[in-house]
Design a protein around this ligand. Structure first.
Ligand SMILES: [Zn+2]
Length: 338
């Protein structure tokens, strides 16, 4: 996703949390910083954000076929994936619809990602999630007042050593970036056709950001005279273009206390790899190490009606689920405080 789309996803997620009304303290924390802290949503892709950040290839979970030991560990059963995703996220329904492409044989195949050290998308997301919890624990007084429960030792820490709302906001926005990227099929597919400059990845990102108001570009958002509610209005105006709507309730993750952000991101990446295999089916576009055929955007999505409809569908699924997943993770973090 490009800068504009990342900013939009994060801002739209705050609006979703505001509409739900279950974590008002979190909305109060994030909302006033929408204009300035939203830059956090695109820091991980900045080429000058180093070390650790910088460019799209630096946080991926590119999945391919697997022929090593313990193959059963690398098979994701469709029923397990659908059960964990639940009905509120659109992905499971989408994968069901295309079971003619992803048949039982496909779901029985072992697949594995092997991201280089430091670039593992689930690791990056887990690290920031824990970091954000710690920042809330060390939050300035107004954070302490808003957080449910009491942090006993905080009175021993002088205010100047505590994390400000501005700092915490920018880290929440950064976290949204990694969650959103796990929904981007090209980040989760090892085939060359998913590389940034092979005719599909960049073009998909461009197609999505066309439906988002220019306000969400870097220079405009930071300098806008609009207030937070007006920015929210601009964000909501994309819903109709993506053909998405949200329920008033943000679901909790399945698994209760044993739920784990790392496993969740791996699961989302698995689903995104499945989606990538729907848009570029492996019988036509084989996985490595077979010969690679590129799958340009124009061939997949512009040459016939099937492709045009498919683009609308995946856009709806990805944009809806990206916003919902960000809201779910943020809410989960805040709700740990009791
Ligand atoms: Zn990224």
């Amino acid at each position: 996703m490009d800068q504009k789309t990342h900013a939009w996803i994060a801002v739209r997620a705050i609006k979703l949390l505001e509409n739900e009304g279950k974590v008002p303290g979190l909305v109060e924390l994030l909302k006033p910083h929408t204009q300035k802290a939203a830059i956090g949503a695109w820091i991980p892709d900045k080429t000058d954000a180093k070390p650790g950040g910088a460019q799209t290839q630096n946080h991926v979970f590119k999945i391919g076929t697997y022929n090593g030991a313990l193959t059963s560990r690398f098979i994701t059963k469709k029923a397990d994936l659908s059960g964990s995703l639940g009905a509120d996220r659109l992905m499971a329904g989408f994968l069901d619809k295309y079971s003619n492409i992803l048949d039982a044989n496909w779901w029985g195949t072992p697949f594995k990602a092997d991201p280089p050290p430091g670039k593992h998308l689930a690791n990056r997301t887990m690290a920031l999630t824990i970091n954000n919890i710690d920042m809330l624990i060390l939050g300035e007084q107004k954070i302490q007042d808003a957080l449910p429960g009491d942090i006993q030792f905080i009175s021993n820490i002088p205010d100047s050593y505590r994390c400000t709302s501005e700092q915490i906001s920018i880290f929440f926005f950064m976290l949204s970036h990694f969650i959103a990227d796990s929904l981007m099929p090209c980040h989760c597919d090892l085939r060359d056709l998913s590389d940034y400059d092979k005719g599909l990845h960049k073009e998909l990102e461009k197609a999505w950001s066309k439906s988002i108001d220019d306000l969400f570009t870097e220079s405009k958002l930071i300098n806008t005279p609009l207030d937070c509610d007006q920015i929210f209005e601009k964000a909501v105006s994309s819903d109709i273009k993506f053909a998405i709507s949200f329920k008033d309730q943000i679901p909790a993750f399945k698994g209760g206390e044993s739920w784990d952000i790392w496993q969740e991101i791996v699961l989302l990446c698995r689903a995104s790899f499945a989606l990538a295999s729907v848009i570029a089916p492996p019988d036509k576009y084989p996985y490595k190490p077979a010969e690679q055929i590129m799958a340009p955007f124009s061939t997949l999505f512009e040459s016939d009606n099937y492709g045009k409809e498919l683009l609308k569908e995946i856009t709806q699924v990805i944009m809806h689920d990206a916003v919902l997943n960000v809201a779910m993770v943020w809410k989960n973090i805040w709700s740990r405080f009791k």
